[in-house]
Every structure is written in structure tokens, then in C-alpha cells.
Design a protein around this ligand. Structure first.
Ligand SMILES: Cc1cc2nc3c(=O)[nH]c(=O)nc-3n(C[C@H](O)[C@H](O)[C@H](O)COP(=O)(O)OP(=O)(O)OC[C@H]3O[C@@H](n4cnc5c(N)ncnc54)[C@H](O)[C@@H]3O)c2cc1C
Length: 292
């Protein structure tokens, strides 16, 4: 049965401290609301049925983009539009700008937050493969203090996170990309705009002249969580990106994915798309480097 929104008790704290106090007191009984672009849909569909809502959207202290000590720090309430319009993100992690531009429509980009995307924990979330290849950390805070975990360790299974009921996600941060690194985001949806990913992928290459010094590849919507294609990454190290090397790496991706069939595509279709996205991503990176 769908929830009646006006029957929900909504708390709208004025400060992060107040939000953490409410969360500490209520724990799992209260559901955090950021931009609401996932949560309101889930409430209306009856997928979640909380009695109480903690509306953090007004907490401007969680809305920032900073570069500090070689790291890009993004507050949890930063929207996709903030990211798209940020010169700092364009410099430090342009792949996040690329990915943000593919999320929903301008309306969703203006309301939806990066923290909401991370905490909704969909394996198809578009910010996640870029955050994986950027080696991002998530920062969780409660009244007891803060803890920081690599994003890859944050997800424990389908929609399962290493997050306690009294914790809020407050920040995601990552190393500023170096001059010898380049990264690309690719998304395959069922239409050109406002589409949820059938498969998405992020690839980051660190170059040494014309050979790959290091590579990181992450794919979404092909397993219960985003996955790294480590065998494919390994096969690229120390190699020049010729067509054989790229196809070989792309095919090795299959060892790491276990897609399901759902309304957006069959498992077989997703396997095919995953291989092709990785090949296309490598091709694009090689092209940009002037190696093709
Ligand atoms: C029409 C439409 C198109 C969309 N297109 C895309 C798309 O192309 N790609 C994509 O990835 N997503 C898409 N989405 C999903 C959604 O917009 C994003 O996941 C968005 O980033 C969610 O952010 P939000 O602030 O709206 O989160 P909310 O809906 O407010 O929250 C989402 C979840 O995260 C929890 N949460 C939020 N913030 C925090 C926090 N700081 N700490 C702890 N828990 C928190 C909430 O309790 C809830 O469970 C689309 C949604 C719609 C309605």
C-alpha cells in the first residue's frame, strides 16, 4: 500500500548537529530525505514506509565543493547541477561532470544530490562507477564522530551499506586526478535522455608515455553492487592500447559481472553491452591520448 505523505512526521533540523541528534535518538525509525528524487518515488510506491522523515535538504553546511590537501571534497547535499557548473570538479575529476550530465533531466540534476545517489545504493547509480575509479572515500558522521571508508568497501551487497542507523553520509572525497591520468564515463540507456542505465562504466587510465601504467575499470547495473573488472585492469598494465589489447581487456570484464534480466534488458544483453562499453571507453582514452 502506498504511503500517505501528509501523515508523515517530518523533522527539518537547522544544523548538522541537530540532525545527528535526531538520528541518534530515532535510529532506523526515521528516514533521511535529501533531494527526494528517489525517496519520494519510493514512498509513493510503498517501497519504503517510514513514519518519520528527517529532512536534511536545508543543511547548507553539507553543500560544498573544495580542493584541499590534494583531495576533492564534495558535501553530501551537492547537486548534480552544482557539480556540472563547478570549475573545481572540471579540473579535479572531469569524469564526475560527464556522469552528472547524464543523470535524468535538468530538473533531476538540480534537485538530486550526490549523497542521495550514494545512499540509495542502486547498482545502476551513475555517480558510482566514476567514484570507484577515482578511489573515492565516503565520510559518515554521527554524534560519536566521523569515519571514512573507501567507497568499494562501503557496499556490502544489493542495497546494503556499511552505515549505522545513527550515521549520516556527510561527504565524498577523492584524490585530485593527476596530469598523466584520464578517465571516461559511458552509459547505455534505453533512450537518449532521462534514462536509467542499463549498463554504465567508468574507466581511468594512468599513462606512461604511450603505455598504460595503471588502469581502473568499474561497471554498474551488472551485479548487486558496482564492480571493478580487475582482470581486465591487470591485462592493460604495461601495454599499448592496440585493438587486440582492448578487446582482450573488454572480454575479461565478463569474469567480474553477474547481470540479471529485468525490465530494462536481459542478462545476455547486459553482458554484450558491458564488453562493448569497456572497448569503447578504452578506444576513447587511447584516441584522446593521440595513440589511435
Ligand atoms: C525521473 C528520474 C530520473 C532519474 N535518473 C537518474 C539517472 O539517470 N541516474 C541516476 O543515477 N539516478 C537517477 N535518478 C535517481 C535519483 O535522482 C538519484 O539517485 C539522486 O542522486 C538521489 O538523490 P536525492 O538527493 O534526491 O536522494 P533522496 O531521494 O532524498 O534519498 C535517496 C536515499 O538516500 C538516503 N539519503 C540521502 N541522503 C543521505 C545522506 N546524506 N545520508 C544518509 N542517507 C541519505 C535517503 O534516506 C534515501 O534512502 C532518477 C530519478 C528520477 C525520479
Amino acid at each position: 500500500m502506498s504511503a500517505t505523505l501528509h501523515k508523515l512526521n517530518v523533522y527539518s533540523p537547522d544544523s548538522l548537529h541537530e540532525a545527528l541528534r535526531i538520528l541518534g535518538e530515532k535510529g532506523e525509525r526515521v528516514k533521511v530525505l535529501a533531494g527526494g528524487t528517489d525517496l519520494i518515488v519510493q514512498l509513493r510506491a510503498g517501497v519504503v514506509e517510514p513514519r518519520e522523515i528527517l529532512n536534511i535538504y536545508g543543511l547548507d553546511e553539507l553543500r560544498y565543493i573544495e580542493i584541499e590537501g590534494g583531495r576533492l571534497r564534495i558535501g553530501a547535499l551537492t547537486t548534480y547541477m552544482d557539480i556540472i557548473q563547478s570549475g573545481k570538479v572540471a579540473k579535479a575529476a572531469p569524469i564526475l561532470v560527464e556522469a552528472s550530465k547524464t543523470v535524468g533531466s535538468p530538473q533531476i540534476q538540480s534537485k538530486g544530490t550526490i549523497g542521495g545517489n550514494i545512499c540509495n545504493a542502486s547498482p545502476a547509480a551513475d555517480s558510482l562507477p566514476p567514484l570507484y575509479v577515482l578511489n573515492a572515500n565516503v565520510v559518515l558522521q554521527s554524534l560519536d564522530g566521523r569515519r571514512e571508508i573507501p567507497i568499494e568497501r562501503f557496499y556490502l551487497g544489493y542495497k546494503k551499506m556499511d552505515m549505522r542507523p545513527e550515521e549520516l553520509l556527510v561527504e565524498v572525497n577523492m584524490p585530485v586526478m593527476e596530469d598523466d591520468e584520464d578517465a571516461v564515463f559511458l552509459k547505455h540507456g534505453l533512450r537518449l535522455g532521462d534514462a536509467i542505465s542499463v549498463v554504465n562504466a567508468a574507466l581511468l587510465v594512468k599513462w606512461s608515455d604511450d603505455t598504460v601504467k595503471d588502469a581502473r575499470i568499474a561497471l554498474g547495473a551488472v551485479a548487486p553492487t558496482v564492480v571493478r573488472a580487475r582482470d581486465a585492469e591487470e591485462s592493460l598494465r604495461g601495454r599499448r592500447l592496440d585493438e587486440n589489447v582492448m578487446w582482450d581487456a573488454a572480454e575479461k570484464t565478463l569474469r567480474h559481472i553477474s547481470p540479471i534480466t529485468d525490465v530494462r534488458g536481459t542478462a545476455e544483453y547486459r553482458r554484450e553491452i558491458a564488453v562493448n562499453l569497456v572497448f569503447m571507453g578504452l578506444w576513447e582514452l587511447a584516441y584522446r591520448r593521440g595513440r589511435r
